[in-house]
Structure formats: C-alpha cells, structure tokens
Design a protein around this ligand. Structure first.
Ligand code: SF4
Length: 499
C-alpha cells in the first residue's frame, strides 16, 4: 500500500529523502507495507478481536493502525498514527460496536506518514458505507486515478487503496450489488492486492489474480460459523480461530449470516506468492504451504550450509530474522550454534537522531555483541537478506571489535538486485548493494572474510512447492505483473527503460 503521489511518479523514489528517515534510522531491510484483518461475528466483541488480530500482525506495519466496525448501516471508525497498542485502548474499543469489523496496520515511508492515509478507507455509496483495508500495491494507479477523476470522484488521500474503494463505490452507485461492484473494480486494478472490505451486509476478502500478498481464512469455534480473514495465520491463532485455508488467487469470499461464499472473480490466475514473505516478512510461526515459516527458514539454512560450507567455531543468526536459518546451518554443518549478538527487544523505531559518537558506535542501540563468546572465534553470521548493506557493515565491525578472529557471512536468500513494485519498500535500484556490486565486491565493502548467498534455485527448491509458484522478481527482475514504463522509471534507475 505504497502511497500514490499525484504530482510526480518520481516521488516513489524520493520517499527516503527525509531527515527522520535517514540511513541511521532506517532499517536496512525491505519493509512490509500492511497487515489486514476482517471478522464477521455477531454477538462477539468484534472490535476487540480485530484489535488482537492486528496486534499479532504488527510486524507488517508499525506506523498507523485502524479499525472500522459496522453496526447495521452505521459505520464506526478509529484510526491514527502509531502502534496498535498506542492507537487503541479499552475506551476507544468500546466506542466501536458492531457485528463485523475490518482492521489495518500500515507501514509507510515518511513522506506519506499521515493520519489521513491510515486505513481502513471508508467511502459512502448508494448501498451504505464500505470500509477497505489493502495490503499490496497497484501498478496502474495513474490510469485508475485518471478514470476516477474524470468521473468526478472526490479523492481525499494519496493512496492507491482509496482508489480501489472509490472504484467499488462507482460501480455500486451505477447500480451493481456489493459483489459485482467489487469484482468489476478489481478488474480495473493491476498489481498486488489482498483486500478485506466491510459493508453493512457482510465482509469480503479478495486476492489479486497472482496471489502476491497472502490472505487466509479462519473460523472461530461455536455456532453459527463465524469467519475471520487475516494476512497471516498468526492473526488467527491469537484469537483462537482455526485456520481453514488461503483465499485463492483471483478469488473473492463473501462472509455474512449465511456463512462463506466463494466466487472466482478472475479466470486467468497463477500462483505468485511473494517469496520474501516466506524468507523474511511473515512471522516465523505463521503457516504457509502447510508448515510454519520457521521450518522453511531452517531448511534454507541447511541448504545454505550445503552450498557454502566454511570452517568455523560458532554460527549464529542476526536476531531475530536470521536465527532459524542459522540453526539450520549449524545442523547441516556441525558447527556449534550459539548466540553472538543480543537484541534489545524493547526498542522500536526511534525518531530521535543519535549523537555523533553513538552513530560511530554503530548498531549497539539494537544489537550488542557477547564479547566473551566471540573472542578468538571464527564465526559464521547468518542473515536473511542484504539490501543496502549499511547495517551488515556495522555488524561486522562490531563483531571484529568484540574479538572475533574471522567473520564469515552467509545470507539465506540470493542477492537483491531489483526493487519491488508490489507493496514492499526495497528502495530504488541504485540503493541496492547487489545491483551494482559483485559478491566479491560486497564482501570487500562489508569487510568480511567470506560472503556467500543462497542460490536462487536453492531458495525455491527448499519451498518443496512448484518453483514457478512464487514471485522472486527482486532477485531476477522477472516481474509477474507487467510494470508500466513510467512506474518502472521511478525505481529501475540502473536499467535502460524504453519509453
Ligand atoms: S518483487 Fe520481491 S518483495 Fe516484491 S513481491 Fe516479488 S518477491 Fe516479493
């Protein structure tokens, strides 16, 4: 759900040009854009259940959160900047009564970090209000915006999500029912979209024809059936809902008092789940392809060890996301697993600039080395990915200063060479270290003794699924949904774009 800036497509590439979002403060990782949640459960405290669902999905977006509930035709909405636990309290939740709810938690880059862009987006129609929560990113926003403005649509925010909500409203106002209106609006959209949409009559869950972003269905115990939608299964677990299945690519599910109805709204579908969800974004305790991502990530580590073994005394992961792969690496290599870095788990993103001396001391605010464990050791440090390389470099320096004799870095995914256009903030191509440097050059820049990435085949084969059923465009540039040239220009700075 990257914001659309009407005046300049280049704003896509300028999102990082901000003092707050400076390199010191920006995580050196791709950032997930959103988590969505929906529930139809008359008689339950739907606002509170949605709150906890969002609480479990907090890793998918930490800058704003919102919940819309429907009490008959009346919609109640609360959204604000901040973490889920900061935006909501008991009093606020009590003011959100209803039979059904839609929730959203959002990451946005700084330029768009405004309350008005928080979701759900609520739009009035001739059938009543609709509240829409979106995970993903459209690639045809220019075209869609032009259509909507031509039809005198009063767009309030700068987000593609609001455009989808208005497109549905247009179809409703032209006489369509909720389902036909949503399907028609989705046909006007290109890109990645997992949607949860609340209406006075029920909740819809929709996935784009490629299923790029995840969306799962759960069921609360008891009668009658009360269905839940969430970006990941961890959003179901927290409220005791049982995982039923994924919403399929190109499918719309309609949940109301009669239960769940499935409609295939798009016939030409393919499976192109974002592989980065499996490697890094989604929580390790979430299920994808019938196993936890912890298990997949551990296998990635085993494969990594098989592909790039090195003699060493100790292996550890960069907390927390590198840990499962480090355990797998240790299992396959026989090198002892331990901890080399301790993470301060109580810090979030800071908006206070560190002092110069703190900046020089690198990462210590978040990660602190265990000096007596590291001293004199040949260590293998495992991470899930390298984006810009700034954090990795500081990390290596920290380990050496702590006394490590050799530092070998192993990455449980291939080099990230291309930006994402489907809802993940991976910077522009010129910011990606692997887009311009060879592995040897990166190793030199990071000052490691050796560096190895997992192969692209290794990453996909380790899924144990059809290797064609994933988007891996940020490793290959092979985008499953064509990117319009003017959008490409904004991020593919190194590649010659034909206009
Ligand atoms: S380009 Fe990369 S981050 Fe974006 S959807 Fe594809 S695999 Fe995921």
């Amino acid at each position: 759900m990257i914001p659309y800036h009407p005046d300049s497509l280049d704003d896509y590439s300028q999102q990082s040009d901000n003092a707050i979002n400076s390199d010191e403060n920006r995580p050196d990782k791709p950032e997930e854009a959103c988590g969505v949640f929906g529930i139809y459960a008359p008689g339950e405290d739907v606002a509170k259940l949605t709150y906890f669902g969002l609480y479990a999905l907090q890793h998918r977006g930490q800058e704003s959160a919102g919940i819309a509930t429907f009490e008959g035709t009346k919609v109640h909405l609360h959204k604000d900047m901040g973490l889920v636990s900061q935006v909501f309290n008991e009093t606020v939740l009590q003011e959100l009564p209803g039979n059904l709810a839609v929730g959203h938690t959002r990451y946005s880059t700084t330029g768009s970090s405004r309350k008005v862009n928080a979701q759900p987006a609520v739009v009035e129609t001739s059938l009543g209000s609709l509240a829409l929560a979106h995970n993903g990113n459209l690639v045809n926003t220019v075209e869609l915006r032009e259509q909507l403005l031509k039809n005198k649509c009063n767009l309030v925010t700068t987000t593609d999500s609001e455009m989808i909500a208005f497109a549905i409203a247009e179809e409703v106002n032209a006489g369509a029912n909720w389902l036909d209106a949503t399907m028609e609006a989705c046909r006007r959209c290109q890109g990645a979209f997992s949607l949860v949409i609340g209406t006075p009559d029920g909740v819809m869950g929709v996935r784009d024809p490629n299923g790029i972003r995840p969306l799962v269905i759960g069921l609360l115990a008891g009668e009658p059936d009360r269905y839940v939608l969430a970006s990941e299964t961890c959003g179901l677990d927290i409220i005791g809902a049982e995982y039923v299945r994924d919403v399929q690519p190109g499918e719309l599910v309609w949940i109301n008092e009669e239960g769940l109805t499935s409609i295939q709204w798009h016939q030409q579908t393919q499976r192109k789940l974002c592989i980065f969800e499996m490697i890094y974004f989604a929580r390790p305790d979430s299920l994808m392809h019938d196993e936890t991502l912890y298990s997949y990530r551990m296998r990635l580590g085993r494969r990594l060890a098989a592909e790039s073994l090195v003699e060493a005394d100790l292996v550890f992961g960069v907390p927390d996301s590198g840990i499962p792969a480090a355990i797998g690496f240790s299992q396959a290599s026989g090198i002892a697993y331990g901890e080399g870095l301790i993470k301060n788990r109580y810090v979030g993103r800071t908006f206070i600039q560190p002092t110069q001396s703190m900046r020089e001391s690198g990462l210590r605010m978040k990660l602190n080395p265990l000096k007596d464990v590291l001293v004199g050791k040949r260590v293998v440090i495992v991470d899930d990915s390298i984006v810009r390389g700034t954090t990795s470099r500081k990390l290596v320096k920290t380990l050496r200063e702590a006394g490590a004799a050799e530092v070998h870095m192993r990455i449980s995914s291939p080099p990230v060479t291309h930006p994402c256009f489907y809802g993940i903030d991976t910077d522009t191509q010129d910011q990606l270290i692997a887009a311009t440097k060879s592995v040897e050059e990166i190793a030199k820049q990071l000052e490691v003794d050796t560096l190895a990435y997992l192969s692209w085949e290794g990453m996909l084969e380790t899924t144990r699924e059809d290797t064609n059923s994933f988007c891996s465009a940020c490793f290959t540039g092979d985008y499953p949904v064509a990117i319009p040239e003017q959008v490409k220009r904004s991020k593919l700075i190194l590649e010659k774009v034909v206009v």
